[in-house]
Design a protein around this ligand. Structure first.
Ligand code: PLP
Length: 430
């Protein structure tokens, strides 16, 4: 780390890997295979972080390795039209029902950037609504109340305090952002009555995945759909985390709610950097060259090697039984953890279902939104718990705002190892 610090700020390339999350210094990972990783000291772990959810097929999947090697030997990228991008897009459209057409970007952040630009061009409106505690990447206007803060700083639900997450963003950028609490239909309808007609879009994570794992209340997404339609604002589902994870067509398929636009990343690329915006042709056609077009350049857009990986990844995900197995294994881990916490009489809950979940040390029986997370979750206790798991061969980020991920590479014995480690860690945590 001393050597790394000479060349890299904090010795890393993202604050989520730096000192704020790993005060004792980050764990340096050297290699991975299937559901396991090895660090620079030779320690082996079962990986439940999986590149923040990107590695839906685990590490170094043999088929993806052969596809990557083949693509590399022919030339990784040409910044020209290729059949690889068509093959990736065709498979994407088959899996995501709302995707009449798709545009590939290089990251989830680029996808949410582009989705907002498209929504603004399509509606001729400038403002948009984001929810407290939702993270949509590091583009300027999204960096408002994406981080947790002490409850005293949050203002009221009716008038939330507006807290920028980064320096270097002109305050005027946030003039176009309407901020609302999530998972509360009454609050949403109130904000829409006030601002709905000025909004280009409402952007939401369908499952709140950056304050741990907070599923939407029954009917909530459906109400967002109806209400945005009433006011002529586009509904954007940011499925960067949930896409290709909960169902072939993401949360929009799982919950049966069709957004206007949706954004993808992470699991789509199985570990390669990619993002995507998908939606109806009537909106995405604005990308076509012309007088009022929406500009989206990018040397690496439709990166050929990545497109080959996407096509192969989506073929693997389209195989029978994949999602049933992801859900079953995740639900077994969740039930097992609940049992461990119950036996140890720890005040801890496990939220989420199937392939994604999070543990909260809390007196509450439910963490339902950003304000609950800020007020009632003992994130320091969670970090201690994860440190104890790390000592027992379970790899996870100590950041409570993230979530546990199940990949196709995980096995029943990985889950068993997690439960045994959780049992021992619970004894020690007390
Ligand atoms: C919901 C959501 N949207 C967008 C992003 C940004 O994606 P990326 O990190 O690929 O830029 C993230 C990243 O964690 C995310 O969780």
């Amino acid at each position: 780390m001393q050597r790394a610090e000479q060349s890299l700020v904090e010795g890393v390339n993202s604050p989520s890997r730096g000192a704020a999350v790993y005060p004792g210094g980050p764990i340096v990972i050297e290699r991975g295979k299937a559901s396991h990783v090895w660090d620079a000291d030779g320690n082996e772990y079962v990986d439940f972080m999986l590149s923040f959810g990107a590695l839906i097929q685990g590490h170094a999947h043999p088929y993806l390795v052969s596809v990557a090697a083949g693509a590399m030997s022919e030339g990784a990228h040409f910044a020209a039209a290729t059949s690889a991008e068509v093959e990736a897009a065709e498979r994407f459209r088959r899996m995501v029902p709302s995707a009449e057409v798709v545009r590939f970007t290089n990251t989830g952040s680029e996808a949410t950037m582009l989705a907002l630009r498209l929504a603004r061009a399509h509606t001729g409106r400038t403002k948009f609504l984001k929810f407290e505690g939702h993270y949509h990447g590091w583009y300027d206007p999204y960096l408002l109340n994406a981080h947790a803060h002490p409850p005293a700083q949050l203002g009221t639900k009716e008038e939330p305090a507006r807290i920028p997450d980064s320096g270097g963003i002109p305050a005027t950028v946030f003039d176009d952002v309407v901020l609302a609490p999530w998972n509360d239909v009454t609050a949403f309808e109130r904000v829409m009555r006030q601002h709905g007609k000025e909004l280009a879009a409402v952007i939401t994570e369908p499952i709140m995945a950056n304050m741990g794992c907070i599923p939407p209340r029954e009917g909530y997404l459906r109400r967002l759909r109806e209400c945005t339609g009433d006011y002529g604002a586009l509904l954007i589902f940011d499925e960067v985390v949930t896409g290709f994870r909960y169902a072939p067509g993401g949360c929009q398929e799982y919950y049966g709610t069709r957004p206007d636009l949706s954004t993808f990343g992470k699991a789509l690329g199985a570990g390669f950097p990619v993002g995507a915006v998908a939606g109806p042709r009537a909106i995405l056609e604005r990308l076509r060259w012309g007088e009022h077009m929406v500009l989206h350049y990018g040397t690496f857009n439709g990166h050929r090697l990545t497109m080959k990986i996407i096509a192969a990844n989506l073929d693997l995900l389209a195989a029978p039984d994949v999602y049933r197995r992801l859900h079953a294994l995740g639900n077994a881990a969740i039930a097992g953890l609940r049992d461990v916490f119950g036996r140890h009489r720890l005040k801890a809950i496990v939220q989420g279902f199937g392939p994604m979940f999070q543990i909260y040390f809390t007196e509450r029986s439910l963490i339902d939104d950003y304000r609950d997370y800020c007020a009632y979750v003992d994130t320091a206790r969670y970090a201690r718990f994860v440190a104890l798991l790390l000592e027992r061969g379970i790899y996870m980020t100590p950041a409570n705002g993230l979530h546990w991920i199940i990949s196709t590479a995980h096995t029943e014995s990985d889950v068993q190892q997690l439960l045994e480690a959780a049992d021992q860690a619970s004894t020690e945590l007390g």
